[in-house]
Design a protein. Structure first.
Length: 622
């Protein structure tokens, strides 16, 4: 017979054939039972053979394959070629607008991107996707302001390697002295704003000019628009003072009170009421510079000023200081509120539910374990903002493992629920109990005693399995298992009193009892007849309606050899009715042959069990 020769297949590292390639069959040799060395197909563009492969029959020099097995495919792994890439970059900061004082251009070009290019996909992969150059400080140019305080910090990429920025300078504005009618006062020189020595985008504080016979509230200017002129109004000299309330936490001014009067007079002002107001809003006083008795001075060139400095109070909330949605500042109708309790405490559980599948008995109660996560949170009493928090901490690391209880007459799907790590969510798991199976005692003999099935006992050490049911001894009858291959036939004979190991704890096992033939007498066994209602059973080993729910005391210690592992009919094949030959008995001994016993009338047994007797006996049992 002929068998197709193998092929050379070019594949990727996942074993998939490279798209666009064809498998090349081995070249036939003159000897029809062999193949010759076969040259690899042309590698697709961008690919190369992966190094380090152990390929039987592959010659890497000649790129040929002489396979040891002419019918087996040879897979050659290809990988894409890689090309090294380098991309230079630059950052250029250019300054304009300050005339001869314009600073020189600043260039940085000390970074190069490196990477590789996949020659198959054409995709370039860089060591980093971007680079940010350093900041370029903008110098302070006297008489000018810049549009930015710091330049540079520009990001370059392999696709956009050159970054540029333009810094523009403009002339600073001036102070213009005007009277109360808004007219410029003649003979007063204009004063250009001073530079902020630390910030090239701002003007510094610039003093208003001293004008004889005039005074102004504006002793100095720090303009918000440094490139524009600022008119300053002058009037006859009146003393003034300011009291400013400073929020030290934010570095801002809460408010500023401005008072005026004549030199030497007492200043009618107190800070007490406003300090009390801010304290009711979550502030605390740090310093109050305003004296108990303050007077206007006589220097018209200086505005008297005092500062009242406050800061935000903080509060730590947690199990030792619990608050659940209360107002932080009760006297403030607009007070922020404390967060809900779940922001600093979380109660969680791990629950094991138990379910009995048939609902005939009460399931064990749920097993519930509790855990608690806690932390402390620090809040700003002014804003209600969370400032910091400790890490969540549980009062236990794990939940205990929960051992499944043994439930009489049932087996569970889990022997235990393992220990679980405590997390910040509730955990649930369900254990399901199902009924244990039974030994079903069957016989076609009308004299067979009325007996109940033998319920599998519980396994007291493993709730997921049954115990070992004991095969009842019914005098005058010999028990047999069903043939595992031919369910319509009798299988292995079993000893009464032996135990059976069910492979499936929830499925029944049928035990077939065959009456012992009269020509095969056994000691102390009489021909069995059905007892009357008032008559005790003739056989002390089994009683009517008896149910074996656990192993009898006398067979608890069972030799391992007497245990029989049984597969149920559902695990083998469907039972069929078949005819049987007469029972084969050895001469003189009355013993059965070692082959499978075919009992005369067993077909009738199966039919009777299926069509009427079994239903009759079940009805009687019910």
């Amino acid at each position: 017979s002929y068998t197709p020769v193998g092929r050379i297949i070019l594949v990727d590292e996942a074993g998939n054939q490279i798209v666009g390639t064809n498998a090349v069959p081995y070249t036939n040799a003159p000897d029809p039972t062999k193949v010759e060395s076969t040259t690899l197909p042309t590698l697709p563009t961008g690919y190369e053979i992966k190094s380090g492969q152990n390929i039987s029959g592959f010659n890497s020099s000649s790129l040929q394959v002489l396979p040891p097995d002419a019918t087996a495919d040879t897979k050659i792994i290809l990988v894409s070629k890689k090309e090294t890439l380098n991309q230079g970059t630059s950052q250029t900061v250019t300054f304009v607008g300050a005339g001869e004082k314009t600073p020189a251009t600043k260039v940085q070009n000390d970074f190069v991107f490196t990477g590789t290019k996949d020659m198959v996909s054409g995709v370039s992969t860089w060591d980093v996707s971007s680079h940010r150059y350093g900041s370029v400080p903008v110098p302070v140019v006297p008489g000018y302001i810049a549009n930015v305080g710091h330049a540079g910090s520009l990001q370059v990429t392999p696709e956009a390697p050159n970054a540029e920025e333009l810094v523009t300078f403009k002339p600073l504005g001036k102070i213009i002295a005007v009277d109360t009618d808004g007219k410029e006062i003649q003979g007063v020189p204009t004063i250009q704003y001073q530079n902020d020595p630390e910030n090239p985008t701002k003007a510094g504080k610039t003093s208003s000019p001293l004008i004889s016979g005039y005074e102004t509230d504006v002793l100095n200017i720090t303009p918000s628009k440094p490139e524009e002129d600022t008119p300053v109004v002058y009037r006859k000299a009146i003393q003034e003072a300011t009291i400013t309330y400073i929020d030290q936490t934010t570095g801002t001014s809460l408010e500023s009170d401005h008072v005026t009067g004549k030199s030497g007079e007492i200043i009618e002002y107190t800070t007490a009421d406003k300090i009390a107001f801010y304290e009711s809003r979550g502030y605390e006083l740090l310093t109050d510079e305003f004296p108990k008795q303050a007077y206007y001075d006589t220097d018209t060139s200086v505005t008297q000023a005092w500062r009242v400095t406050l800061k935000h109070k903080t509060v730590i909330v947690g199990s030792r200081n619990p608050h659940d949605g209360d107002a932080i500042n009760p006297d403030d109708p607009l007070s922020p509120k404390y967060p809900s309790k779940n922001q600093w405490q979380k109660d969680v559980t791990a629950t094991v539910h138990y379910i009995v599948s048939d609902g005939n008995v009460k399931a064990p109660s749920d097993k519930v374990q509790d855990a608690q996560w806690t932390r402390t949170v620090t809040y700003d009493m002014v804003t209600g903002q969370e400032l910091s928090s400790t890490a969540w901490k549980a009062n236990k690391a794990t939940y205990d493992a929960v051992v499944t209880e043994v439930l009489d007459g049932y087996y569970a799907d889990k022997a235990s629920v393992s220990s679980k790590k405590v997390i910040q969510e509730n955990l649930e798991e369900t254990v399901i109990y199902k009924p244990l199976g039974s030994l079903l005692l069957k016989s076609a003999d009308l004299n067979f005693p009325e007996v109940a099935s033998v319920k599998y006992p519980n396994n007291l050490t493993d709730p997921t399995k049954s115990g070992l049911p004991v095969v009842p001894d019914i005098p005058g009858y010999k028990p047999y298992l069903q043939d595992p291959k031919y369910p319509s036939k009798l299988g292995k004979a079993i000893q009464p009193g032996s135990t059976i190991i069910p492979e499936n704890s929830g499925e029944d096992i049928s035990i077939y009892y065959i009456a012992v033939s009269p020509d095969k007498p056994k000691s102390s066994i009489k021909q069995m007849s059905k007892p009357s209602k008032t008559q005790k059973p003739e056989h002390p080993s089994i009683e009517k309606k008896s149910v074996v729910s656990s192993q009898p005391e006398e067979v608890k210690q069972v030799n391992e050899a007497s245990r029989i592992v049984v597969k149920t009919a559902s695990q083998t094949s469907t039972t069929k009715v078949a005819s049987y030959k007469k029972q084969v008995v050895l001469p003189k001994t009355g013993e059965e042959t070692e082959q499978t016993v075919e009992v005369a009338g067993f077909s009738a047994l199966i039919v009777a069990l299926g069509l009427g007797i079994q239903g009759y006996r079940r009805k009687k049992e019910d």
